[in-house]
Design a protein around this ligand. Sequence first.
Ligand SMILES: C[S@@+](CC[C@H](N)C(=O)[O-])C[C@H]1O[C@@H](n2cnc3c(N)ncnc32)[C@H](O)[C@@H]1O
Length: 438
Amino acid sequence: MSAVIEAALQSRLGFLARGGWQAELMRAVSDVVDRHALASESAETRIADDPRLLREVAERLTVAESYFFRQNDQLERARDVLIGAIERNGSARFWSAGCSRGEEPYSVLALLHEHSPGFAARTEAWATDINAECIATARAGVYSAWSLRGVTEGRKVTHFETVGANAYAVKPHLAGKVNFTHSTIQEQLVQFGAMQFDVILFRNVGIYLTAEARHEVWTGMQGRLSRDGVLLMASTDPLPRRSLFPGLVFANVGAIETATGANGQPERGVALQAGTKRATPTRLRPASRKPLRRGAGTPTRGTQFEQRIEHALRVADRGDLVQASSLLDAIVEERADDRAARFARGRVLLALGDHESALRDLSSVNDHGGAVPVADYYATMCLSQLGRTDVAVRRLRALEDRLRSLAPDACVGGSLPHGDCTACELLGAVRSDLRRLT
Ligand SMILES: C[S@@+](CC[C@H](N)C(=O)[O-])C[C@H]1O[C@@H](n2cnc3c(N)ncnc32)[C@H](O)[C@@H]1O
């Protein structure tokens, strides 16, 4: 039972089968069968062939976990980007793709409201989820204490009204201010047409999608990010391969910006809008297409060694950070002074939130033969996560000076795996972090 439905969920909706989901799937199917009184002999094919019924099964399989101000650093970054857009253009727009019960988009609006009610009023908010119950709750804007866990008392008073023993309603400055749509992200991207967004939040959703579905979604999002726009994903989410998405530049683990030139002009992001055919400026060829230059003192690694690091990074890209870090532990144990291995592990540990160990690995990259700006940049991210903001800012400023002195298209990743990045791209990320931290 359900093999046909499972295949349809994967191919049509991009749902990734999770370990142990067979029982859940059976329950979801029998719920839908009962609800529509489907004849059991033909139920499986009816559901697989009917998009509405298939989506009803899918809704019952989603993980709708969310809470207000989740991973708030990223939400503050979203707020800052929206503020920048309003200051430049008079208005801003964001989309929470996979918004669950609406905690995420309301949190962004709440942060904007705290900055200035006028800025919140000039922001158009969109939020989409496949789960009808989630969207109904989001529209009603009433939550249990569980959704507000971790919200400070001050914020509770500012943004919520107590409407029952365990019920909190968003206040009028938030209620009705988000356009909630009940749809799949893939369908919604089509619905949006040429609409552009300053911020897209696609957090804690990609892990539930197949690689093909993620690729489709990232492609659509890349085309809908406006100039200086930011796509935010959780640090545990699988991230797009840079070489496949040259219009996006990694600004952080999980924070991805449209590529912006050193003079603040977009170089490639806008050129990649769907339907726009523009030549890629030669000045900014993706660094990944250049022959890799080994930094001084980097030992020549056997192909098999490099492949093991690549494999570990692919495991990380799929979202299994714990496995990736143990693969890299074994590699580092063999060659503790290999910069590529230490860099790769540092990035994975950073995504895992082990900032002390990540900092040790990333710093060791520079200890073993010349400073590599990309490694330096990630080390500053560890420092800021560890609360050592002053040191992070000092090092970011030094890095900014150094990057400014390089040719914009100079490769600043040395030969580090997945470290390919131009001076101009990294400068954009460094400046954006400096704005955030100072
Ligand atoms: C774990 S929640 C994440 C919520 C929020 N983004 C956050 O980070 O707190 C994932 C949400 O994505 C939704 N979702 C999963 N696949 C989807 C799809 N293809 N289209 C729309 N929503 C989807 C689920 O229904 C669920 O509510």
